[in-house]
Write a new protein. Sequence first.
Length: 257
Amino acid sequence: MKPSSVVAIALAAIVASTGAGSAADLPCASGRPEARLTEHLPHTAARVHGGGDLTIVALGSSSTAGYGASSRQNTYPSRLAAELRERWPRLHIEVLNKGIGGETDNDMMRRFEKDVLPYKPDLVIWQLGTNALLKEDGVTRDAPRIMAGIERLKRSGADVILMNPQYAPKVLKDPDHGEMVEMLDEVAVAEHVAMFDRFTVMREWVSTGAAEFETILSSDGLHMNDASYRCMARLLADSIVTAASPPLVAATPAAAR
């Protein structure tokens, strides 16, 4: 069975149990500090300000593929494409969904040559970490692999955004979840790539009382739902727009001119 068929079946099977929360009920406004990207996106900026096409590859596992969403149109890559087209209406924007459920970073790296590099993306959003927690013990061996993967993506000319695990009961049960989030932060800093801190964004929703797990997750206690995917896409779109804007240059004092 083709991966796309598997995704379609999984989405259909989970529709009935998807949470009914609304993105309007979540803090999706731009400028939230926990949603800011940690690095500028120079290749994306050049494409945006030069006009033409913008190609983004969303690489990941089940929460990129869209498990927990009621349809493929409600996955985060689809919603991200719609959000970015609203913000950059003069660009032709394509967000390619290359998520396959159950994969670890190692599995995804094996797909670079088929699912990422042929598209010559301007930006790759690499969602990872959750399945490594659920399938493997410890996180130490993940860092060198991920760094090698980032280097390969950067050599292709793409900007890279890492997206860390979701804040969900099944993730929190793993004793290594904190170490995984910390390790991914350290890798992003060392490689000078952006981090979209999904874990902290979702933790803020819950800890501030803006949401409960039941309203942002499907009934499996792991995957996001329409409301949280939509809100996440909106925050990510705002963050990408900001990170692709020219950096502010301080004015030179008149006395120094």
